[in-house]
Design a protein around this ligand. Structure first.
Ligand code: NAG
Length: 161
């Protein structure tokens, strides 16, 4: 046991020593290292957004459909609706299984709140909303992305400041 420990130290100690100069080299590199920002933007809820394309013509129902989706997103994520953005393209060209027909494709992005329960609620809610317009639940794909604050831009900077 003792022998194993001293052997491990013997093997690791040159690594520990050799890693030391690397740290000082990195600290001298010209690009800034990430440091915590004190910008108040860092505590804002951030941007949940859905970009959705549907094959059907929503006509005069389009704005209401977008509002329904917006309200759904706000209630599922718990984020104020003032931060929720929805882009809905109707009359989109989508094929599914090699065939044209009613279908929808979407990407949902959010800083946190992306998990099995919430994603399922949004998938169900959007399916219910689109069912009225003839899109079957088995012809809707939405991909869910949990976004790092620093990878979400808003207000001339990012939600990480
Ligand atoms: C969708 O297609 C219909 C029928 O072709 C057309 O009347 C309508 O203006 C289109 N809607 C949009 C948003 O382009």
């Amino acid at each position: 046991m003792r022998f194993t420990t001293s052997l491990a130290l013997f093997v690791l100690s040159p690594l520990m020593v050799s890693s030391f100069p690397f740290r000082s080299i990195f600290s001298r590199l010209p690009f800034p290292r990430t440091s915590p920002s004190s910008d108040p933007i860092c505590s804002l809820p951030g941007d949940p957004s859905l970009i959705l394309s549907v094959t059907c013509d929503l006509g005069s129902n389009k704005l209401q459909t977008m509002k329904d989706i917006s309200s759904l997103i706000s209630s599922v994520t718990g984020k104020p609706e003032s931060y929720v953005a929805v882009s809905l393209t109707d009359n989109a060209s989508i094929i599914w299984g090699g065939q044209a027909g009613p279908a929808a494709l979407g990407c949902f992005y959010c800083i946190g709140q992306i998990n099995k329960l919430n994603n399922g609620k949004i998938q169900k809610g959007v399916s219910d909303i689109l069912k009225v317009h003839g899109v079957g639940e088995d012809k809707i794909y939405i991909n869910y992305f949990d976004v790092e604050r620093e990878n979400c831009g808003w207000s001339s900077r990012t939600f990480a400041g």
